[in-house]
Write a protein that binds this ligand. Structure first.
Ligand code: FPP
Length: 240
């Protein structure tokens, strides 16, 4: 494994529907297979020593999908957390959920938040599941919180800087994304982690999410390790 690992790895897990379609199966079968891959990738990343793994499991825009599919995805989530909590705790993983979770059906939301509570003291990898998540919504929510604090006289507008803005976002303890992977050949960001991806390295693979293996993750990590991250500086400034 490369000696330089991303501290924060984020993944847009795309292509479940196409995977199923290729096999003449209903789309939901692709999501079902997608959960097996989530399990593999979580275990692999945790064992490699990745500190933060963010997975885009359900976007704000996904609420617009047909009711049947949304219902199935919610049930899948429910089952996922019920089945996997034991492994999460055993692997010392801290589970967090990011997004407008108030939109998630009550029972499922409770299970997710309970899993977050029960794993809160864990010191291993943070598994950050983005659910009902939108990058613009996260920034707008932060803006609203800042405005409320300023209106209440608890914050001065001039105190807001690029450096402390993150404090007002969901899970401010989760740092910038170092490597963002998107599967399925789509070359888009789709409103994911907008604030935290400003300087991320991007990696796209044509493989569909249900076909992803540990080797594919390793390949992306190797590629990341070979990148020169300049953060706006010149090569010479980086070398010195
Ligand atoms: C994108 O595929 C995937 C999603 C919208 C959901 C991702 C969900 C999972 C991987 C399974 C659920 C996860 C957990 C943690 C329980 P798509 O449906 O957009 O595929 P398509 O672009 O081929 O139609």
């Amino acid at each position: 494994m490369p000696d330089i690992l991303p501290v924060h790895l984020a993944i847009i897990m795309d292509g479940n529907g196409r995977w199923a379609k290729q096999r003449k199966m209903p789309r939901i079968m692709g999501h079902k297979k997608g959960v097996d891959v989530v399990n593999k990738v979580v275990r692999h990343s945790s064992r490699l020593g990745i500190k933060y793994l963010s997975l885009f499991a359900f976007s704000m825009e996904n609420w617009k999908r047909p009711g049947d599919e949304v219902g199935f995805l919610m049930r899948l989530l429910d089952e996922y957390i019920e089945k996997e909590l034991t492994t999460i705790l055993k692997e010392n993983i801290r589970f967090t959920v990011t997004g407008q979770t108030e939109l998630i059906p009550e029972g499922t939301r409770k299970k997710l938040l309970d899993a977050a509570d029960r794993s809160a003291a864990n010191t291993g990898m943070v598994l950050n599941l983005a659910l009902s998540y939108g990058g613009r919504a996260e920034i707008a929510d932060a803006g609203r919180r800042i405005a409320e604090l300023a209106a209440a006289g608890r914050l001065k507008p001039e105190d807001i800087t690029e450096d402390n803005f993150l404090e007002f976002m969901y899970h401010p303890e989760i740092p910038d994304v170092d490597l963002l992977i998107r599967t399925s050949g789509e070359l888009r960001i789709s409103n994911f982690m907008l604030w935290r991806i400003a300087y991320s390295e991007l990696y796209f693979t044509d493989k569909l999410w249900p076909d992803i293996t540990e080797d594919d993750i390793d390949e992306a990590l190797e590629d990341f390790a070979g990148r020169t991250r300049r953060f706006g500086k010149t090569d010479e400034q980086i070398d010195t």
